[in-house]
Design a binder for this molecule. Sequence first.
Ligand code: SF4
Length: 242
Amino acid sequence: MSDALPALLMHKISQVVEQLSSAVVTYEQNLILANSLGAEDMVLADLLSRHLPEIPQFVLDTGRLPEETLSLLAKMAERYPKAVIEVYYPESSAVESYVRHYGINGFYTSQSLRKTCCSVRKLEPLKRALKGRKAWITGLRREQSVTRDTVAFSAWDDANGLQKLNPLADWSLDEVWAYIHHFDVPYNALHDQHYPSIGCAPCTRAISVGEDLRAGRWWWENSETRECGLHAATPLPIRQKP
Ligand code: SF4
Protein backbone atom coordinates (compact mmCIF):
# COMPACT_ATOMS: atom_id res chain seq x y z
CA MET A 1 0.00 0.00 0.00
CA SER A 2 1.42 3.42 -1.01
CA ASP A 3 1.15 6.82 0.72
CA ALA A 4 -2.06 8.00 2.37
CA LEU A 5 -4.86 8.98 0.02
CA PRO A 6 -6.09 12.62 -0.13
CA ALA A 7 -8.99 13.42 2.20
CA LEU A 8 -11.31 14.20 -0.74
CA LEU A 9 -10.70 10.80 -2.29
CA MET A 10 -11.22 9.07 1.07
CA HIS A 11 -14.53 10.91 1.28
CA LYS A 12 -15.52 9.81 -2.21
CA ILE A 13 -14.63 6.20 -1.40
CA SER A 14 -16.89 6.40 1.66
CA GLN A 15 -19.68 7.82 -0.50
CA VAL A 16 -19.37 4.94 -2.97
CA VAL A 17 -19.53 2.36 -0.19
CA GLU A 18 -22.50 4.18 1.33
CA GLN A 19 -24.37 4.33 -2.00
CA LEU A 20 -23.75 0.67 -2.77
CA SER A 21 -24.58 -0.47 0.77
CA SER A 22 -27.87 1.36 0.46
CA ALA A 23 -28.42 -0.25 -2.94
CA VAL A 24 -27.96 -3.72 -1.43
CA VAL A 25 -30.76 -2.95 1.03
CA THR A 26 -33.00 -1.62 -1.75
CA TYR A 27 -32.33 -4.17 -4.47
CA GLU A 28 -31.08 -7.15 -2.43
CA GLN A 29 -29.74 -9.85 -4.73
CA ASN A 30 -31.10 -8.15 -7.85
CA LEU A 31 -28.07 -5.89 -8.16
CA ILE A 32 -24.99 -6.56 -10.29
CA LEU A 33 -21.76 -4.83 -11.35
CA ALA A 34 -21.04 -4.63 -15.09
CA ASN A 35 -17.29 -5.14 -15.08
CA SER A 36 -15.69 -4.13 -18.39
CA LEU A 37 -12.26 -4.78 -16.82
CA GLY A 38 -11.40 -1.11 -17.34
CA ALA A 39 -9.59 0.87 -14.63
CA GLU A 40 -12.82 2.25 -13.15
CA ASP A 41 -14.45 -1.16 -12.93
CA MET A 42 -11.37 -2.62 -11.28
CA VAL A 43 -11.72 0.08 -8.59
CA LEU A 44 -15.32 -0.99 -8.08
CA ALA A 45 -14.39 -4.69 -8.06
CA ASP A 46 -11.81 -4.00 -5.37
CA LEU A 47 -14.26 -1.94 -3.32
CA LEU A 48 -16.82 -4.74 -3.54
CA SER A 49 -14.28 -7.33 -2.42
CA ARG A 50 -13.51 -5.23 0.65
CA HIS A 51 -16.99 -4.06 1.61
CA LEU A 52 -19.76 -5.79 -0.32
CA PRO A 53 -18.57 -9.17 -1.65
CA GLU A 54 -22.16 -10.34 -1.96
CA ILE A 55 -22.70 -8.12 -5.04
CA PRO A 56 -22.03 -10.26 -8.15
CA GLN A 57 -20.30 -9.05 -11.29
CA PHE A 58 -20.55 -9.87 -14.95
CA VAL A 59 -18.08 -9.56 -17.83
CA LEU A 60 -19.04 -9.52 -21.52
CA ASP A 61 -16.49 -11.49 -23.52
CA THR A 62 -17.22 -10.37 -27.08
CA GLY A 63 -14.81 -12.85 -28.63
CA ARG A 64 -12.65 -9.96 -29.89
CA LEU A 65 -11.11 -8.81 -26.58
CA PRO A 66 -7.36 -8.14 -26.42
CA GLU A 67 -5.18 -10.81 -24.83
CA GLU A 68 -4.27 -8.33 -22.07
CA THR A 69 -7.95 -8.05 -21.08
CA LEU A 70 -8.38 -11.81 -20.89
CA SER A 71 -5.20 -12.04 -18.81
CA LEU A 72 -6.68 -9.50 -16.41
CA LEU A 73 -9.84 -11.58 -16.11
CA ALA A 74 -7.71 -14.57 -15.08
CA LYS A 75 -5.71 -12.43 -12.66
CA MET A 76 -8.89 -11.07 -11.15
CA ALA A 77 -10.16 -14.55 -10.34
CA GLU A 78 -6.90 -15.22 -8.46
CA ARG A 79 -6.89 -11.91 -6.61
CA TYR A 80 -10.57 -12.01 -5.63
CA PRO A 81 -11.34 -15.73 -5.18
CA LYS A 82 -14.62 -15.03 -3.41
CA ALA A 83 -15.95 -12.70 -6.10
CA VAL A 84 -18.89 -14.03 -8.11
CA ILE A 85 -17.94 -13.25 -11.72
CA GLU A 86 -20.27 -14.36 -14.51
CA VAL A 87 -18.89 -14.28 -18.06
CA TYR A 88 -21.36 -13.86 -20.93
CA TYR A 89 -20.59 -14.67 -24.57
CA PRO A 90 -22.43 -13.73 -27.78
CA GLU A 91 -24.76 -16.24 -29.37
CA SER A 92 -22.56 -18.22 -31.74
CA SER A 93 -25.24 -18.42 -34.45
CA ALA A 94 -25.59 -14.61 -34.49
CA VAL A 95 -21.82 -14.13 -34.78
CA GLU A 96 -21.64 -16.71 -37.57
CA SER A 97 -24.44 -14.97 -39.45
CA TYR A 98 -22.79 -11.54 -39.10
CA VAL A 99 -19.43 -12.80 -40.34
CA ARG A 100 -21.08 -14.71 -43.19
CA HIS A 101 -22.88 -11.57 -44.40
CA TYR A 102 -20.43 -8.77 -43.62
CA GLY A 103 -17.02 -10.35 -43.06
CA ILE A 104 -14.93 -10.82 -39.93
CA ASN A 105 -14.18 -7.06 -39.78
CA GLY A 106 -17.41 -5.76 -41.30
CA PHE A 107 -17.67 -3.13 -38.58
CA TYR A 108 -15.13 -0.92 -40.38
CA THR A 109 -17.46 -0.60 -43.39
CA SER A 110 -20.13 1.68 -41.89
CA GLN A 111 -21.43 2.95 -38.57
CA SER A 112 -24.53 0.84 -39.09
CA LEU A 113 -22.52 -2.37 -39.44
CA ARG A 114 -20.36 -1.36 -36.47
CA LYS A 115 -23.48 -0.95 -34.34
CA THR A 116 -24.84 -4.26 -35.61
CA CYS A 117 -21.63 -5.97 -34.50
CA CYS A 118 -21.83 -4.29 -31.06
CA SER A 119 -25.44 -5.40 -30.86
CA VAL A 120 -24.56 -9.03 -31.56
CA ARG A 121 -21.43 -9.18 -29.42
CA LYS A 122 -22.40 -6.84 -26.56
CA LEU A 123 -26.04 -5.77 -26.38
CA GLU A 124 -27.68 -9.17 -26.67
CA PRO A 125 -25.37 -10.70 -24.00
CA LEU A 126 -26.01 -7.60 -21.86
CA LYS A 127 -29.76 -8.26 -22.02
CA ARG A 128 -29.15 -11.79 -20.70
CA ALA A 129 -26.79 -10.53 -17.99
CA LEU A 130 -29.36 -8.00 -16.76
CA LYS A 131 -32.39 -10.24 -17.01
CA GLY A 132 -34.30 -10.32 -13.72
CA ARG A 133 -32.12 -7.60 -12.17
CA LYS A 134 -33.51 -4.43 -10.63
CA ALA A 135 -30.31 -2.37 -10.80
CA TRP A 136 -26.86 -2.46 -12.33
CA ILE A 137 -23.64 -0.73 -11.36
CA THR A 138 -21.19 0.76 -13.86
CA GLY A 139 -17.87 2.62 -13.67
CA LEU A 140 -18.96 5.50 -15.92
CA ARG A 141 -17.40 8.88 -15.14
CA ARG A 142 -18.52 12.27 -16.43
CA GLU A 143 -15.11 13.41 -17.63
CA GLN A 144 -14.55 10.34 -19.80
CA SER A 145 -15.99 11.89 -22.96
CA VAL A 146 -18.55 14.25 -24.46
CA THR A 147 -21.00 11.36 -24.56
CA ARG A 148 -20.77 10.92 -20.76
CA ASP A 149 -20.55 14.41 -19.31
CA THR A 150 -24.05 14.29 -17.77
CA VAL A 151 -23.78 10.83 -16.17
CA ALA A 152 -25.90 10.66 -12.99
CA PHE A 153 -25.04 8.81 -9.77
CA SER A 154 -28.34 7.03 -10.11
CA ALA A 155 -30.83 7.12 -12.96
CA TRP A 156 -33.57 5.02 -14.50
CA ASP A 157 -32.16 3.10 -17.46
CA ASP A 158 -35.06 3.15 -19.86
CA ALA A 159 -33.29 1.12 -22.54
CA ASN A 160 -32.79 -1.82 -20.19
CA GLY A 161 -35.69 -1.31 -17.79
CA LEU A 162 -33.84 -1.08 -14.48
CA GLN A 163 -32.00 1.42 -12.27
CA LYS A 164 -28.44 2.28 -13.24
CA LEU A 165 -25.92 3.26 -10.58
CA ASN A 166 -22.74 5.12 -11.52
CA PRO A 167 -20.99 5.64 -8.16
CA LEU A 168 -17.77 6.95 -9.75
CA ALA A 169 -19.59 9.63 -11.78
CA ASP A 170 -17.66 12.49 -10.16
CA TRP A 171 -14.26 10.77 -9.88
CA SER A 172 -11.32 12.13 -11.84
CA LEU A 173 -8.92 9.90 -13.74
CA ASP A 174 -6.20 10.79 -11.23
CA GLU A 175 -8.43 9.60 -8.39
CA VAL A 176 -9.07 6.29 -10.17
CA TRP A 177 -5.33 5.69 -10.54
CA ALA A 178 -4.55 6.89 -7.02
CA TYR A 179 -6.94 4.22 -5.74
CA ILE A 180 -5.46 1.53 -8.00
CA HIS A 181 -1.89 2.25 -6.95
CA HIS A 182 -2.71 2.68 -3.28
CA PHE A 183 -4.50 -0.67 -3.02
CA ASP A 184 -2.35 -2.43 -5.62
CA VAL A 185 -5.41 -3.28 -7.69
CA PRO A 186 -4.71 -5.43 -10.80
CA TYR A 187 -5.26 -3.56 -14.07
CA ASN A 188 -5.05 -4.05 -17.83
CA ALA A 189 -1.44 -3.92 -19.07
CA LEU A 190 -2.63 -1.88 -22.08
CA HIS A 191 -3.26 1.09 -19.78
CA ASP A 192 0.54 1.44 -19.54
CA GLN A 193 0.72 1.67 -23.35
CA HIS A 194 -1.53 4.77 -23.74
CA TYR A 195 -4.83 2.93 -23.87
CA PRO A 196 -7.01 4.76 -21.28
CA SER A 197 -10.20 3.14 -22.61
CA ILE A 198 -10.15 -0.46 -23.80
CA GLY A 199 -12.77 -2.39 -25.72
CA CYS A 200 -12.46 -4.96 -28.48
CA ALA A 201 -8.98 -5.26 -30.01
CA PRO A 202 -9.87 -4.21 -33.59
CA CYS A 203 -11.86 -1.19 -32.36
CA THR A 204 -9.36 0.20 -29.83
CA ARG A 205 -6.06 1.94 -30.33
CA ALA A 206 -3.61 3.98 -28.25
CA ILE A 207 -4.21 7.74 -27.96
CA SER A 208 -1.83 10.70 -28.24
CA VAL A 209 -1.19 13.38 -25.61
CA GLY A 210 -4.15 15.79 -25.39
CA GLU A 211 -6.67 13.49 -27.07
CA ASP A 212 -10.03 12.70 -25.49
CA LEU A 213 -9.79 9.66 -23.17
CA ARG A 214 -12.07 7.67 -25.46
CA ALA A 215 -10.49 8.90 -28.71
CA GLY A 216 -8.98 5.45 -29.24
CA ARG A 217 -12.40 3.77 -29.39
CA TRP A 218 -13.92 3.53 -32.91
CA TRP A 219 -11.48 6.29 -33.88
CA TRP A 220 -12.71 6.34 -37.47
CA GLU A 221 -16.13 7.63 -36.33
CA ASN A 222 -17.42 11.05 -35.19
CA SER A 223 -16.71 11.58 -31.43
CA GLU A 224 -20.45 12.10 -30.70
CA THR A 225 -21.28 8.56 -31.84
CA ARG A 226 -18.54 6.59 -30.11
CA GLU A 227 -20.65 4.40 -27.84
CA CYS A 228 -21.49 0.75 -28.33
CA GLY A 229 -25.05 1.08 -27.02
CA LEU A 230 -24.37 -0.39 -23.56
CA HIS A 231 -24.76 3.10 -22.13
CA ALA A 232 -27.07 4.67 -24.66
CA ALA A 233 -29.89 5.86 -22.43
CA THR A 234 -30.35 9.58 -21.90
CA PRO A 235 -29.35 10.38 -18.29
CA LEU A 236 -31.99 11.69 -15.90
CA PRO A 237 -31.31 14.46 -13.34
CA ILE A 238 -28.53 13.68 -10.88
CA ARG A 239 -29.48 12.12 -7.52
CA GLN A 240 -27.09 11.07 -4.80
CA LYS A 241 -28.85 7.97 -3.50
CA PRO A 242 -30.26 4.94 -5.36
S1 SF4 B 1 -16.29 -2.96 -30.39
FE1 SF4 B 1 -15.88 -3.58 -32.54
S2 SF4 B 1 -15.52 -5.83 -32.53
FE2 SF4 B 1 -16.40 -5.23 -30.53
S3 SF4 B 1 -18.56 -5.62 -30.73
FE3 SF4 B 1 -18.28 -3.45 -31.28
S4 SF4 B 1 -17.87 -3.36 -33.50
FE4 SF4 B 1 -17.71 -5.51 -32.83
